[in-house]
Design a binder for this molecule. Structure first.
Ligand code: CP
Length: 295
């Protein structure tokens, strides 16, 4: 039994194993697992929650969904006590999405006899999204050595960036960022990124693949972009910028049309947005199997 809280805990061998299982599943070799899983979603989600629900169903796992307003967390029970309760109820695994950062987590993981899968915790990590993005790019491009990937937008609040960038770098990609200065963390270089582009247009010129991120208004303590129109003009995906993208662009979703990108580009030829959504089911099935299957 394993847990997946942060993509930083994964070795290259772990990631290669998960990608191999996801590929086999996508090709029709679906393993069967037994047991019960809790999907604890304290924040809104369409893609992650439904792909975990589908993943459980396809694998033969029984999934119980608990949302914020339905759990006893609203009555003051702690997160750890909630996890202990799931363990005592006989569940094998908890997939959780929470608005707070689950860190440090090592002691909690060690003391629980239940597998934990992070489906997004505050601004910290969203490792299955990082794996989905890696899987999608490997599927499209094969070897990622030297492939240049640019993340654009609200880097500071992005758990998608924090999860995805280390995985892409692990497989040889070069990663850079672009966004408003106040949405780029001061210590962004600790993520091993190549460049910080003040101009998204220069970033697009540098990149092979561009990953646009959503402005995380719900996580900003103050209004950090003066206007959505101004943000779109300076950093959004316009038709002109689209014409300069060398290979593909991605977005973890949900997309804010006319803020992150021009609406009609969501379905364009260079968009991998719905490939990411489809691969979400296969990759989450692979993560469940990697966490739950002995050996
Ligand atoms: N990418 C992502 O986590 O989407 P949801 O919030 O819809 O799950």
């Amino acid at each position: 039994m394993r847990s997946l809280i942060s993509s930083l805990d994964l070795s290259k061998g772990d990631v290669q194993g998960i990608l191999k299982i996801a590929k086999e599943i996508k090709e029709g070799k679906v393993p069967k697992l037994e047991g019960n899983v809790v999907l604890l979603f304290l924040e809104p989600s369409t893609r992650t929650r439904l792909s975990f629900e589908r993943a459980c169903r396809e694998l033969g796992l029984e999934a119980s969904v608990v949302t914020g307003s339905e759990s006893s967390l609203v009555k003051g029970e702690s997160f750890f006590d909630t996890l202990k309760t799931f363990e005592a109820l006989g569940f094998r695994c908890v997939v959780f999405r929470v608005p707070f950062v689950f860190f440090p987590y090592e002691d909690a993981v060690r003391s629980l006899k239940i597998s934990l899968i992070n489906a997004g915790d505050g601004t910290h990590q969203h490792p299955t999204q990082g794996l989905v993005d890696l899987f999608t790019l490997v599927e499209k491009l094969g070897d990622l050595s030297g492939v240049r990937v640019l993340y654009v937008g609200d880097i500071t609040h992005s758990r998608v960036f924090r999860s995805g960038a280390p995985l892409l770098r692990m497989f040889g990609a070069e990663v850079s960022v672009s966004g408003p200065k106040n949405l780029i963390p001061r210590d962004v270089k600790v993520f091993g990124i190549e460049k910080v582009f003040d101009s998204v247009d220069e970033g697009i010129e540098w990149a092979d693949v561009v990953i646009w991120l959503r402005i995380q208004k719900e996580r900003q303590r103050e209004k950090l972009i003066p206007s959505e129109e101004g943000y779109f003009k300076n950093f959004g995906l316009t038709k002109e910028r689209y014409s300069k993208i060398k290979k593909f662009f991605m977005h973890p979703g949900p997309v804010n049309r006319q803020v992150d990108m021009e609406g009609e580009l969501v379905y364009s030829e260079k968009s991998l947005i719905y490939e990411q959504v489809k691969n979400g089911v296969f990759v989450r099935m692979a993560v469940l199997r990697w966490c739950l299957e002995d050996g």
